[in-house]
Design a protein around this ligand. Structure first.
Ligand code: AHG
Ligand code: MN
Ligand code: MN
Length: 339
C-alpha cells in the first residue's frame, strides 16, 4: 500500500516558514525558489554530462587564471538568466565574472537583494564524475532600489547575509540552506522534479573524526597546521586514536560530509597561496553561515570568525577552517601556540 504522505517541497516549506513573519512580502521566499529553479537546470545538465557535449574546458581562463570548464559557464549563465528575470535581485557577483553584474531591466533594478555565487564549485571534479556543487549567499542591498547596485552592496560582511546555501550534485542532489533559523536540507526527487524536505534542522556534531585538507601542500603549511595534521594521524605508533582523512576537492562535498558526520575542513594559506585559495564572498561566507547555524564554527585560523571579516574586493581570498566546533577551536589553539 502506498502512503499518501509526501514531504513538503522547497516552495511549500519556505512559504510555510514565511507565515512566521507576517510583514514579510515574500521576496526572499521567491528568490530562494528561483535559486531552486536554476539549480534544477544545472542538475539536469550535470546528470546528463557525458551524453551531452558539456564536459571539458571552455577554452579560456577566468579572472583568477583558472581554466573555465563548459559546465562552469553553463551554470553561471543559468543562474544569471534566472536571477536577472526573477525581479528580486538587482545584481550579482560571480566567481566567473570580474565585476559585479548589474541587471538592466527596470523591474530588476527594483530588486531588494544581491547574490554572491560560485555557480559551479569543484570544477576539477566535473570530468571525472565526482560530486560538485553550487554555493550562494544573499544580502539585502544597501543602495537605493531603482538604481544600479555597486560594491557597497556586494562588499558586506558575512554577518549581514540574510540567507545562504549550497546545492550538491552528489549521489543524490540536495539543496541545503539557512535564513538564520537553523539549517535545512532538501533532496531532489527526479520523479516529480522537486526538492523535498529531507533534513530538518541539521546539527553538526560538536566533535568529529574526519579531517579534510589537501595534504599535498603539507610542506607549505605553517608549523601549527602541520602539528595539527600530525596529531590527526594519532598520538602514537598504534594509531588507535587516528582520525580519518577525507578530501574530495569540492568544498561543497567536503563540507557537506563533515556537516552530517562531524569533522573539520581546512584550506590554510600555503607558500604558493599566502592569502589562502578559497574566496571569501561566494565560498567561505555562505559555508561559514551554514556552519554556525548548524552549531559549528568557521574562522580564518587567526581567531576571527569568517563572517566578521570586512571584504575589500569581490574575489578576495582567505584561509578557511570550518566544521565541528571543538575541532576548529583545537586547530586555532594549535596555530596560536606556534605564534
Ligand atoms: P572552484 O571549482 O569553484 O574554482 O573551487 C575549487 C575550490 C574548492 O571547491 C575546493 O575545495 C578547492 O578549490 C580545491 O583546491 P585544491 O585542488 O587546491 O585542493
Ligand atoms: Mn569553488
Ligand atoms: Mn566555481
Amino acid at each position: 500500500m502506498t502512503s499518501n504522505y509526501h514531504p513538503p517541497t522547497l516552495s511549500e516549506f519556505i512559504n510555510e516558514q514565511q507565515t512566521a513573519f507576517p510583514f514579510a512580502k515574500g521576496d526572499l521566499t521567491r528568490l530562494l525558489n528561483h535559486i531552486g529553479v536554476a539549480s534544477k537546470l544545472v542538475n539536469r545538465e550535470v546528470r546528463a554530462a557525458g551524453l551531452v557535449d558539456i564536459l571539458g574546458k571552455a577554452g579560456k581562463s577566468n579572472i583568477q587564471g583558472e581554466d573555465v570548464m563548459k559546465l562552469d559557464e553553463f551554470a553561471n549563465h543559468k543562474f544569471i538568466k534566472v536571477l536577472s528575470s526573477s525581479g528580486e535581485v538587482c545584481g550579482i557577483a560571480s566567481e566567473e565574472n570580474h565585476d559585479i553584474i548589474t541587471f538592466d531591466k527596470s523591474f530588476a533594478k527594483e530588486g531588494k537583494y544581491v547574490v554572491c555565487i560560485d555557480p559551479l564549485d569543484g570544477s576539477s571534479n566535473i570530468d571525472v564524475n565526482v560530486s560538485i556543487g553550487t554555493i550562494f549567499s544573499i544580502y539585502r542591498r544597501v543602495t537605493d532600489p531603482g538604481t544600479d547596485p555597486d560594491e557597497r552592496d556586494i562588499l558586506q560582511p558575512g554577518n549581514k547575509q540574510v540567507a545562504a546555501g549550497y546545492v550538491i550534485y552528489g549521489s543524490s542532489t540536495m539543496l541545503v540552506y539557512t535564513t538564520g533559523l537553523g539549517v535545512t536540507g532538501f533532496t531532489y526527487d527526479p520523479s516529480i522534479g522537486e526538492f523535498c524536505l529531507s533534513h530538518y534542522k541539521i546539527d553538526m556534531p560538536d566533535d568529529g573524526n574526519i579531517y579534510s585538507v589537501n595534504e599535498g601542500y603539507y610542506r607549505q603549511f605553517s608549523p601549527g597546521i602541520r602539528e595539527y595534521i600530525d596529531r590527526c594521524k594519532g598520538s602514537d605508533e598504534t594509531g588507535g586514536d587516528a582520525l580519518s582523512a577525507r578530501y574530495i576537492g569540492s568544498l561543497v562535498a567536503d563540507f557537506h560530509r563533515n556537516l552530517m558526520k562531524g569533522g573539520i575542513y581546512m584550506y590554510p594559506s600555503t607558500a604558493q597561496q599566502p592569502g589562502g585559495k578559497l574566496r571569501l564572498l561566494y565560498e567561505c561566507n555562505p559555508i561559514a553561515f551554514l556552519a554556525e547555524q548548524s552549531g559549528g564554527l568557521a574562522t580564518d585560523g587567526k581567531g576571527r570568525r569568517i563572517i566578521d571579516l570586512v571584504p575589500e574586493a569581490i574575489h578576495q581570498r582567505t584561509p578557511f577552517f570550518a566544521g565541528s566546533k571543538k575541532m576548529v577551536k583545537e586547530v586555532e589553539a594549535m596555530i596560536r601556540s606556534y605564534g
